[in-house]
Design a protein around this ligand. Structure first.
Ligand code: GLA
Length: 641
């Protein structure tokens, strides 16, 4: 080896040593500030996607005529104008994968316009051309594994993929680049929903696997057991699809919808892979299931924002207990999806929908809440198991949307105050009922509301911000990027409503257990374990709660001059022994840090000038091992001008 070579090796190992000595374990934990906003969106979904999908309406009994029928209604009856843009195929459109070249073939008896013949055999291009001519964008459906959901769950359906085992492997596994290129280049689709039964259903015990009908795979998703999924492998497979889409559509003009039902901790990593990601199992048109799905997004407010959305599944408005005989429930369902900035994908046969259902889907001031360009998800301002107040900051200064929700079948009442809205109580607050499109007068101090069974009111409140010259960070969840959540071992979220499971109605089992990882992720105005924020006996209504060893990024965009918070170990901390240091970085530079803070110690004020800073990073660094997860509070964290 040359002298220069030896020198280089010495230099490299020394620099490694120095880095290690300066920050033992820090790099590995991802806690070091990068100064770079690390939320990289997938595709283009600046506001929650709106459209229609065939599944909730038709299941696998899908036909071109049925899809175009609903599209025509959206076009003709004002819903397209409101923003319903995507017309999406779900499971059931495919015939087989051609073994000579792997090219997917369409079930042309259901999609007659796809019978193009020639060397391609069939093509969905005429179908997407038709939708594009009507001013829509077109969506297609696939699975991340070898096989799809209908093949596992609807074995008697006459429209399942046909042929040999290989021909029936219609999923993306092993064909991601080829299929994505076919769907997005040749066929010109704009949106893809990628399901995940291929990773979960084709397990050794499945009789159709045992008899050789389907190839065995994994399973690498265990739907009901958080710690039995191979999280890294699931994420890697979906990331390949994202990369294939970026290769075919380098401008990013696509939507990638991840559909692995909240499993494999997707509630935490979906934002780096998909434009939207399902947070729960399938919705159905029942009240309990709707609440269940809603709850799976309601505590994930810091994970969504323009370009990346929590998805509690498609709408059931028009179906079951959300049909024209249940307009209260239908409006509540719509209000909840709007306040949570959830995708609005209609799932009913619109050719049979009465005007009352069309009116709910198209309610202009409700849709405007969903589509507000700031993209903040609603934050829970009050909750018990029966009533909730959820507040979503809108893009206009001092403008908030608020849902008042009665989850029960009894009448109830609740009281709204300026503090819920984070609006100044000594200035006028105008309230407007967005369903009735009527002003309700002013909120003076407090206002009581009566709610009927299952009723939600959706209001807009306009007043003066409670902080005259800035805002609390918990008012701006879309400005926050959870770079590192501090979760060491995925835990299921226990506060999600456990509905009567439509697939297992009998009570012969031991019940319905929490299944979605994400418990312990950071929260707005709550701790990661859903407690109120408190440090050394002082409760704080507003702030961010997180686990120690977390790094939260805040998009300040140079618009503020001061950051301030009261920091400390939260009184609800599970761990009590370790000290935690709070560090604030601006564009990668350390601006301030706290003393090592211990359980029970009074909060420390952290106040620092951030003039010109674009990306703030809030790091809570645990300084030693602890006896349990350390919970920390950035109480009253705020930005001012
Ligand atoms: C899964 C998905 C549904 C639907 C069906 C199709 O259950 O979660 O939304 O796509 O598969 O088979």
């Amino acid at each position: 080896m040359t002298g220069l070579g030896k020198l280089l090796i010495l230099a490299v190992s020394l620099s490694g040593l120095c880095a290690g000595a300066a920050s033992a374990g820090e790099d590995a934990s991802g806690l070091n500030a990068t100064g770079q906003w690390s939320q990289i969106n997938t595709g283009s979904a600046p506001t929650p996607p709106m459209g229609w999908n065939s599944w909730n309406a038709f299941g696998v009994a899908i036909t071109e005529a049925k899809v175009l029928g609903s599209a025509q209604v959206i076009h003709d009856r004002g819903l397209q104008e409101r923003g319903y843009l995507y017309i999406n195929l779900d499971d059931g459109w495919w015939l087989k994968r051609r073994t000579s070249d792997g090219r997917m073939q369409v079930r042309v008896n259901l999609f007659p316009s796809a019978a193009t013949g020639g060397p391609d055999g069939s093509s969905l291009r005429p179908f997407t051309d038709r939708l594009h001519q009507m001013g829509f964008k077109a969506g297609i459906y696939s699975d991340i594994g070898f096989n799809a959901c209908s093949q596992a769950w609807s074995p008697d359906n006459p429209n399942l993929p046909e042929g040999s085992q290989a021909e029936r492997e219609v999923g993306l596994m092993g064909h991601a680049r080829q299929d994505i290129s076919l769907y997005f280049k040749d066929w010109n689709f704009d949106y893809i929903k990628v399901d995940a039964c291929g990773l979960s259903a084709y397990r050794p015990g499945n009789p159709m696997v045992a008899n050789g009908h389907f190839r065995q795979f994994g399973p690498i998703i265990a739907d009901a057991q958080v710690n039995r999924s191979d999280i890294g492998a699931v994420k890697a497979l979906y990331s390949d699809v994202r990369d294939a889409l970026r290769a075919v559509r380098p401008q990013g003009d696509f939507v990638l919808s991840l559909c692995n039902w909240g499993s494999a901790n997707v509630r935490a990593w979906g934002k780096g892979v998909g434009s939207m990601w399902r947070t729960s199992n399938d919705i159905d048109p029942s009240w309990g299931r709707m609440l269940h799905n809603f709850d799976t997004v309601a505590t994930r407010e810091l994970y969504a924002g323009p370009g990346h959305w929590n998805d509690p599944d498609m709408l059931e408005i028009g179906n079951g207990v959300f049909d024209a005989d249940h307009l209260v429930e239908a409006r509540t369902h719509m209000s909840l999806w709007a306040i949570e900035a959830s995708p609005l994908i209609i799932g009913t046969d619109l050719t049979r929908a009465p005007q009352s259902i069309i009116d709910i889907l198209g309610a202009p001031e409700v849709v405007a809440v969903s589509q507000d360009r700031a993209g903040h998800q609603g934050v829970i301002a009050y909750a018990d198991s029966e009533r909730e107040i959820i507040v979503k900051s809108l893009s206009g200064t001092g403008e908030k949307a608020v849902v008042l929700l009665n989850r029960t079948a009894e009448r109830t009442s609740l009281v709204l105050t300026p503090a819920h809205l984070k609006l100044a109580g000594d200035k006028p607050i105008a309230l407007r009922d967005l369903w009735a499109q009527k002003d309700l007068g002013a909120l003076h101090g407090l206002k009581a509301f009566d709610l009927g069974p299952h009723e939600a009111m959706l209001l807009k409140a306009s007043g003066a911000p409670v902080l005259a010259d800035g805002l609390y960070l918990s008012e701006a969840p879309a400005w926050i990027n959870v770079a590192v959540d501090g979760v060491r071992v995925p835990e299921p979220d226990p506060i999600i409503h456990r509905m009567m499971d439509p697939y297992h109605l009998s009570t012969t089992s031991n019940g319905n257990h929490p299944v979605y990882a994400g418990w312990g992720g950071p929260r707005a105005d709550a701790t990661p374990y859903d407690q109120g924020l408190a440090i050394a006996g002082s409760p704080y209504r507003y702030g961010l709660g997180a686990l120690a060893n977390s790094r939260l990024q805040v998009k300040a965009d140079g618009g503020f001059s001061q950051f301030a918070a009261k920091v400390g170990v939260d009184d609800s901390s599970r761990g009590k022994t370790a000290a935690v240091r709070f560090e604030l970085y601006g564009d990668g530079r350390l601006l301030a840090s706290s003393k090592p803070k211990r359980f029970g110690e009074a909060a420390q004020d952290l106040s620092v000038s951030i003039t010109g800073v674009k990306v703030l990073e809030l790091v809570a660094r645990q300084l030693a091992d602890s006896d349990g997860n350390m919970v920390v509070s950035w109480a009253e964290a705020r930005l001012t001008k």
